[in-house]
Design a binder for this molecule. Structure first.
Ligand SMILES: C[S@@+](CC[C@H](N)C(=O)[O-])C[C@H]1O[C@@H](n2cnc3c(N)ncnc32)[C@H](O)[C@@H]1O
Length: 398
């Protein structure tokens, strides 16, 4: 996601949206009152996915310049053009292939990919695993406008595919939307940062840590060269392995590509990152208060790419590549695309260069966003080196 960070004044939502948020807040408060306090992952689950009210379920406008944030595919079609080059390379190794996209947002990436691939190596079908019923509808509208001739080969799934398939799985900015738990290191040991209520307002509570979370945090911290000290708080996603296993179990040959903001573990849990990586978006303002108008605010956390690599190992997937978004796009041919801008009218050239800057600049998406490829049944047999990772191999940092 791309938006301004730093301390910001958040605009007031319109009255009708405040009512939606109040309704969701009442439901969350009722759950807290029943339990005393809830883990942050439960809060995040409701704030993002409560049917009809959560951020991704409520049918409010989220993506693009008039929404809350912009993702790489929404900046223009260069991101999809580059990704198509990586997909083509994998597809060339297979007699037939399909694409499975998790969390397709407003469907722009899928539509652009299909436009580019249909001339070279079109997939047999494009399947989408999307939690939000509202976004499925938005995706359908995008496809019927942009690639209507693909409609009968695009399928929506309610759960990961059961039967074996081969091809490419894609997830752009999906891992950051998976729910996380929060913890703090204190003089009494590891505590869970839970969500409680005080005078109708949500507040953080330092509660006892469920054993599975405590054990995972202990294992992470004891493996760090510079472990963080007392007062340090951060996030952990304990459901990543089962999620990855479910979504990739039936991919018997192919590559899963994950693109997201994140760090390798040593950086993720750096002692000076004392308040973790949680990031919220509202009307293009990035802030750190997940309790701000629940349901109207996007909540996400950076991805621990070492945890993704560990989950891959558990799922019998090979980490076939890990690099920054800038290096991935360049290796997929962005440099050649840039040299072709000269033939465009000047105004369009400026727009295209601006798009490249936002995708690749270290201060925008270029470094903060990273790409990981998880392969199965492909690279070992054919010795396939994925082109997107040919310029910079950052696996040594995991
Ligand atoms: C930040 S948006 C990114 C959308 C899109 N990929 C893009 O780049 O514009 C996150 C997307 O992931 C979806 N999502 C979140 N959790 C999911 C899950 N467990 N399975 C499938 N989709 C999920 C959301 O509904 C939403 O479509």
């Amino acid at each position: 996601m791309c938006s301004a960070t730093s301390r910001v004044i958040l605009p007031e939502p319109p009255e009708e949206l405040k009512l939606v948020s109040d309704k969701l807040a009442r439901i969350i408060r009722a759950k807290i009152e029943l339990n005393g306090a809830i883990g942050f992952s439960d809060f995040m689950e409701m704030a993002l996915y409560q049917p009809g009210l959560g951020y991704y379920s409520a049918g409010l406008h989220k993506f693009g310049e008039t929404g809350d944030f912009v993702t790489a595919p929404l900046l223009g079609d260069l991101f999809a053009r580059c990704l198509a080059k990586q997909v083509e390379q994998v597809a060339n190794e297979l007699d037939q292939y399909e694409i499975l996209e998790a969390g397709a947002g407003n469907g722009v990436l899928a539509a652009d990919l299909l436009k580019f691939l249909e001339h070279s190596h079109p997939p047999d079908q494009y399947r989408i695993l999307e939690r939000s019923a509202y976004l499925r509808q938005v995706q359908k509208e995008t496809f019927s406008r942009v690639v209507p001739h693909w409609m009968d080969r695009i399928k929506w799934l309610d759960k990961p595919p059961d039967s074996d398939w081969q091809g490419v799985m894609l997830a752009n900015e999906v891992l950051d939307a998976l729910t996380v738990d929060r913890f703090c290191i204190t003089s009494e040991g590891i505590r869970q940062l839970q969500v409680g209520v005080d005078s109708d307002r949500f507040r953080w509570i330092n509660g006892s840590c469920p054993t599975p979370i405590e054990e995972r945090v202990q294992a992470i911290i004891s493996g760090l060269e510079r472990p963080p000290g007392h007062g340090y708080c951060s996030e952990i996603n304990t459901r990543l392995s089962p999620w990855l296993e479910a979504i990739t179990a039936s991919m018997n040959k192919g590559v899963a590509l994950f693109i997201d903001y994140g760090y390798p573990r040593t950086e993720y849990y750096r002692p000076d990152r004392r308040d973790g990586t949680l990031i919220c978006h509202y009307r293009h303002r990035a802030h750190d208060d997940p309790f701000h108008w629940p349901g109207l605010t996007d909540i996400s956390a950076f991805v621990d790419f070492t945890a993704l690599a560990e989950a891959a190992d558990y799922c019998d997937l090979e980490v076939s590549g890990y690099t920054s978004q800038a290096m991935f796009l360049m290796a997929c041919g962005l440099d050649k695309m840039i040299s072709n801008f000269q033939s465009l009218p000047q105004k369009q050239q400026i727009l295209m260069h601006n798009q490249v800057r936002r995708l690749t600049s270290p201060t925008e998406m270029g470094e903060r966003f990273q790409v990981m490829a998880l392969g199965r049944g492909l690279s070992e047999e054919s010795g396939l080196a994925l082109r997107g990772f040919s310029l910079a191999d950052l696996r040594y940092r995991l």
